[in-house]
Design a protein around this ligand. Structure first.
Ligand code: AMP
Ligand code: FES
Ligand code: ZN
Length: 290
């Protein structure tokens, strides 16, 4: 694959952990990497988003079984005493915020604990272009400087790579169909209102008017802008120390994940239906707090 070579993502000797959601992109990248001869195990994080999580886990498990691959599973509810809907209520923020913090922490932890030196995710061109549009609309230099398809390992974080950044959502769906991969088609039910979905819609309409714009927007950013932004990330230079609770690298006393656990694990579980509206946090957290 061109991206793997161009961005020097992986070597055959790497121990690779693929974060697998049960959706088309992550199953396709797991499939592609094993086809290319990489040693790649899977990691599935149970987020506790009702039926959506039950079904996504089933897809990831079935793919692993059918291909004789190892799938590591981590459940937020079973292992940390909360789930994404409850964390959304506890933090009074959109679900994607606690979801993202939880996933990133557990991806890093599973990779480090399991002795994997590379963590792979299934982010595709559409995902990255949408993130880029959001970062550009705010001229968020910090995020723009770190929006790279490869982040090297550093201070207790594994190397992170996104092999699908040159491929579109449609191409990944086509790959799954051709390869007979049964993936979860549904979108996350509590992601409605997520800004990235709106950015994707904007980019699709630009693409419709001017084919090729989406790829040019993202790939030319990597080619022309990323080199100019190299070294401009402040967070990339921050000195990190160990979280007082879990030992993960962080800038504060406790990491963001432990802060969520501290708030959400004390609540009664909040059903996913209660997080479908927008201003769930305030009313629910009062009702649910013990
Ligand atoms: P998303 O944040 O849903 O856009 O997903 C981006 C990437 O994160 C996916 O392509 C997967 O590699 C990974 N991912 C998302 N959800 C999960 C999950 N529940 N378990 C493991 N990996 C996931
Ligand atoms: Fe994270 Fe929907 S998958 S909030
Ligand atoms: Zn911590």
């Amino acid at each position: 694959m061109k991206a793997i070579e161009k961005f020097d993502m992986l070597h055959v000797t790497d121990r690779v952990l693929v974060a697998v959601s049960g959706g088309k992109d992550s199953l396709a990248v797991w499939d592609l990497l094993t086809e290319l001869g990489y040693q790649a195990d899977g990691l599935y994080v149970g987020l506790g988003i009702g039926e959506y999580s039950d079904t996504s886990g089933a897809h990831a498990r079935r793919f692993a079984d059918e291909h004789g691959l190892k799938l590591i599973e981590v459940s937020l509810r079973d292992e940390y005493g909360y789930d994404v809907p409850t964390a959304a209520a506890a933090t009074n923020r959109v679900p994607c915020s606690a979801c993202g913090i939880s996933k990133r922490h557990l991806f890093d932890k599973a990779a480090i604990d399991g002795g994997y030196n590379v963590l792979v995710t299934g982010h595709n061109l559409d995902d990255e272009a949408a993130v880029l549009l959001g970062n550009t609309l705010r001229w968020d230099i910090e995020y723009l400087a770190r929006q790279l398809p490869v982040l090297p390992a550093r201070d207790g974080f594994p190397k992170k790579v996104k092999p699908l950044v040159r491929l579109t959502e449609r191409e990944m769906a086509a790959w799954c169909i051709v390869r007979g991969i049964d993936y979860l088609v549904d979108e996350c039910p509590i992601a409605a209102g997520n800004k990235h979905l709106a950015y994707k819609a904007v980019l699709n309409s630009v693409e419709h008017e001017s084919p090729g714009s989406k790829a040019a927007f993202y790939l030319n950013f990597l080619e022309n802008m990323s080199p100019l932004l190299a070294g401009m990330s402040v967070a990339g230079k921050d000195s990190l120390h160990s979280c007082a609770t879990c030992g993960a690298p962080t800038t504060g006393e406790n990491c963001a994940f432990c802060s969520i656990v501290g708030k959400a694990a004390a609540l009664d579980p909040v059903p996913v239906e209660c997080v479908l509206g927008k201003s769930v946090g305030k009313s629910l957290s009062k009702r649910a707090r013990r």
